[in-house]
Design a protein around this ligand. Structure first.
Ligand SMILES: [Zn+2]
Ligand SMILES: [Zn+2]
Length: 346
């Protein structure tokens, strides 16, 4: 008899719990009392933290080498939020990243008269703006096509202010076909690695062979030098962008092992690299830095919110530790987060 009573009781309890989780409004939310409303509490806490972080990042801007303590603490706080998977795909995260990307969209209207302005975007995305050209590398909306991190009006607005798009490799945290098509639709060239997006659009141009290739952009007064890197066995274009007379930047995509170190050791003999933008988790960081011998390092790819477990999200504090280990090379670095920019002058 008892077991017949138990089953309805269990079902009732499950249903009551489910209803409580979905419909039970917190009557004390306006008094900031969250007892028994755990997910509400975490959302409210994340929102408060993201707001404070965004404010601090505007007060303490990117600077060379170890950030002063307020900015350092702000970046570490951001690491903590972004390594708590309860915060993934929540409204506080979307609000944070979109308001930061909106500022990039607005700032892209500000002219550059001297040197290069370098913007950092999610995930390994960069925009480099000179007086004559605005170039995007690995520009993506993030998230899924169904629910992108950055809303269309902002990310496609940003794309609309760029003159060309360069793609390192096909992985979705670097390459997005809709983004490439938006450049092509405006008559702007997209340079992709061999075999990616073949025959999609005449303006989307994968390399014919995975070899060192120079591509001229006379209308933008720049030359793209593609170096044939790899992420394991995936073709990974290392995009070296030479803004004539202004500066040369190199973004390494997801360069990782394989077979390239012998020629990477000698990149500095042929290219005068001003700014190197390496993936922050590149193997043998020191050897890559010696190979490129840049005048400034701006890492990318921190806090990728992809399929990886949190140990491979790559925190800002880890980049700071790595830069500290490499301090003997005397190459300055600037640690930026999404939606920040830095003016580089030779
Ligand atoms: Zn990647
Ligand atoms: Zn990759």
């Amino acid at each position: 008899m008892r077991k017949y009573l138990l089953l309805p009781l269990v079902l009732f309890s499950i249903a009551a719990y489910a209803i409580a989780q979905t419909t039970d409004e917190n009557p004390y939310a306006d008094q900031y009392i969250y007892w028994n409303h755990l997910s509400d509490y975490k959302l409210a806490q994340a929102s408060a933290a993201y707001n404070a972080i965004d404010t601090m990042l505007q007060l303490y801007r990117p600077e060379r080498n170890l950030p002063q303590l307020p900015r350092h603490l702000t970046l570490v706080s951001l690491d903590q939020l972004l390594h708590d998977t309860d915060n993934d795909a929540t409204q506080p995260f979307y609000t944070f990243i979109n308001q930061r990307m909106l500022r990039v969209l607005q700032d892209l209207d500000r002219p550059v008269t001297k040197g290069l302005r370098i913007y950092k975007l999610y995930n390994d995305g960069f925009i480099i703006k000179s007086a004559k050209a605005t170039v995007a590398i690995d520009l993506i909306p993030g998230g899924s096509d169904a629910k992108p991190f950055i809303q269309d009006s902002i990310i496609y607005g940003i794309a609309g202010k760029c003159d060309a798009l360069f793609i390192s490799h096909w992985h979705p945290d670097h390459a997005n076909l809709n983004m490439a098509k938006s450049f092509a639709a405006r008559g702007k060239r997209v340079i992709a690695p061999k075999d990616l997006w073949v025959g999609v659009d005449p303006m989307i141009q994968p390399l014919a062979e995975h070899v060192e290739t120079d591509i001229e952009f006379p209308e933008l007064d720049l030359t793209l030098h593609v170096l044939p890197g790899h992420q394991d066995n995936v073709y990974n274009n290392i995009n070296v962008v030479e803004f004539h007379g202004v500066g040369t930047v190199a973004q390494t995509g997801d360069q990782w092992y394989c077979c390239d170190m012998d020629w990477i050791d000698h990149v500095h003999e042929r290219y005068d690299i001003d700014v190197l933008m390496p993936n922050c988790w590149i193997h043998d960081f020191e050897r890559h830095l010696l190979g490129f011998n840049p005048k400034l390092i701006i890492t990318g790819h921190e806090n990728e919110l992809g399929e990886h477990s949190i140990d491979h999200r790559e925190a800002y504090w880890i980049t700071l530790k790595k830069m500290d280990v490499l301090a003997h090379l005397n190459i300055p670095y600037v640690l930026m987060t999404w939606g920040e920019w830095y003016d580089y002058n030779r």
